[in-house]
Ligand binder design. Structure first.
Ligand SMILES: C[S@@+](CC[C@H](N)C(=O)[O-])C[C@H]1O[C@@H](n2cnc3c(N)ncnc32)[C@H](O)[C@@H]1O
Ligand SMILES: [Zn+2]
Length: 289
């Protein structure tokens, strides 16, 4: 186990100009003089406005991150975490050396990345997310995780061919950039919900629907990578009303739903309900290595 603090500046790049970063007082700077603050909690702030996309994304709120941590901590998504972990371990173990970086795109508070790193004791994790709250929690969640805020809609502030593995779990991430940051032989592990995921809540509460075929769509958007494995987690878990509300408010539905209305609708149903978990985990490999 290598729990020494890691130097995140070996992998991070300036989100404005893609140059390398050097430590300076209060944070890090590139040769062009773009300065990025390091928070007292240790993470760098790399969230900048991307050309043509308006203000930088703010990501999940504290309430959403709380809901995610409660729901994941209760074990309702353990089967997804195990599938992501196993896919990452299988993908990384197929290439020589297992001491590189796992980059978690929009990784939230770090639950999935922590599971992956526990199974890969020689590797380090970089977690990027637009949410300051999520990044702060992720940074302190595991000794081998470093985190940074970033808006991942256009660019990933990471050097070319630096990632042995990239995780994309219910998360955004531009395909061209994923191909750019993967090291030769490196793997992308993506977890994508199926239309029936959480259907017992989606249908009655009129939540955002997941269209069919999203995993195929992702694979088609990454022509430079080759699909090497695919598995679909399908199971039924049992959630009480509080956990059902967390399942709604830990994701983008939080931006469209009123908590009081959702809680009233859940109160009219049983105290415990079945919840379908249906998520495809696909592994794609970069050429070379
Ligand atoms: C559904 S959550 C998934 C979090 C984590 N991957 C997991 O499965 O636990 C989506 C995450 O994307 C982040 N996010 C949303 N828009 C983003 C953006 N433009 N750039 C970076 N992160 C973003 C949110 O803050 C949130 O943490
Ligand atoms: Zn710069």
């Amino acid at each position: 186990m290598n729990d020494a603090p890691v130097d995140d500046l070996t992998i991070l790049r300036c989100p404005h100009c893609e140059e390398t970063l050097e430590a300076v007082g209060g944070g890090a700077s590139c040769v062009a003089g773009h300065h990025h603050d390091r928070a007292k909690h240790g993470y760098l702030s790399l969230r900048v406005a991307a050309k043509g996309l308006g203000a930088p994304a703010a990501g999940d709120t504290a309430d959403m991150v709380d809901a995610r941590e409660r729901f994941q901590g209760a074990g309702h998504h353990d089967a997804i975490a195990a599938a992501v972990r196993d896919a990452a371990v299988a993908g990384v173990s197929a290439t020589p050396g297992d001491d590189g970086w796992v980059v978690d795109l929009a990784g939230g508070p770090g639950w999935h990345l922590g599971h992956v790193l526990d199974a890969l004791p020689g590797m380090h994790g970089l977690l990027l997310d637009a949410s300051t709250v999520a990044v702060r929690r992720a940074q302190r969640s595991h000794p081998r995780i470093v985190a940074a805020t970033a808006d991942l809609r256009a660019r990933i502030p990471v050097g070319d061919e630096t990632a042995a593995a990239v995780l994309k779990v219910f998360a955004p991430g531009p395909p061209v950039e994923i191909e750019r940051i993967l090291a030769p032989g490196g793997v992308l592990v993506a977890a994508i919900p199926e239309p029936e995921h959480h259907r017992e809540l989606v249908q009655p509460l009129k939540l955002l629907k997941v269209p069919a075929g999203k995993a195929d769509e992702l694979v088609a958007s990454l022509p430079g990578l080759q699909e090497v494995a695919r598995t679909t987690v399908r199971e039924t878990v049992h959630v009480d009303r509080a956990a059902a509300a967390d399942a709604v408010f830990m994701g983008p539905n939080a931006f469209h739903q009123k908590r009081a209305e959702v809680e009233a609708a859940l109160a009219a149903g049983p105290e415990t309900r079945e919840l379908t978990v249906a998520v495809t985990v696909v592994t794609l490999r970069a050429p070379g290595g």
